[in-house]
Design a protein around this ligand. Structure first.
Ligand SMILES: Cc1cc2nc3c(=O)[nH]c(=O)nc-3n(C[C@H](O)[C@H](O)[C@H](O)COP(=O)(O)OP(=O)(O)OC[C@H]3O[C@@H](n4cnc5c(N)ncnc54)[C@H](O)[C@@H]3O)c2cc1C
Length: 157
């Protein structure tokens, strides 16, 4: 049996949004930095809003929305540049920041560092010693905010 699952899209039809002030573009519900729609008191989070379709981001958007609707004063909007891509495969893989291609596209000199996971005591396990941790860093600045780091976690949790 072969299962192919390619692409995902928001499913916002039939929710009765038509008669409201809520704006929908290409199926995505438009929200501000606190997940508020244009309809007062209505919030949207997760795969129906135009941010990366990721489980942990949906959770965080939910927290921001609830904190805001509860009237919390110091609610911090999500910095989308810092959202990691976590792929829940085996081993789990994650990356954060610009990809090598994107960094080059934006004119950065890209330096690529490779680190063998087998050299990391914490990542060592007898079955998967050859996994790599790649560290792509901006040449002129070592800040990890704009770097892309891919990690493969080799230890079962
Ligand atoms: C195959 C696959 C692999 C994925 N892998 C990853 C991954 O590795 N890493 C990652 O971060 N993310 C991954 N995702 C994405 C992640 O699952 C979603 O981003 C996340 O679940 C979005 O959360 P959500 O609450 O917006 O939507 P959902 O988790 O889809 O929850 C929506 C809920 O609303 C219900 N619902 C829908 N319509 C109605 C209605 N009209 N009335 C009442 N209830 C309704 C649904 O039944 C569902 O329970 C993957 C998704 C898929 C499909």
């Amino acid at each position: 049996m072969l299962l192919v699952a390619v692409g995902r899209m928001p499913f916002t039809e039939g929710l009765g949004l038509e008669g409201t002030k809520i704006k929908v573009e290409k199926g995505f519900i438009q929200v501000d930095e606190y997940q508020q729609t244009a309809e007062k008191g209505v919030y949207a989070i997760g795969d129906v809003v135009p941010t990366p379709l990721l489980a942990h981001l949906a959770s965080k958007e939910g927290i921001v929305a609830v904190e805001h609707m509860a009237g919390q004063k110091d609610v911090r909007p999500i910095n989308l540049r810092l959202v990691p891509n976590c792929t829940y495969c085996d081993p789990e893989v994650a990356s954060v920041g610009l990809t090598e291609a994107k960094a080059k596209e934006q004119g950065y000199d890209v330096k690529i560092g490779k680190f063998p996971m087998s050299a990391s005591g914490k990542a060592r396990d007898p079955w998967r010693r050859r996994r790599l941790c790649e560290d792509r860093q901006r040449e002129e600045s070592m800040t990890r905010y704009s770097a892309c780091t891919s990690l493969a976690r080799t230890r079962p949790s």
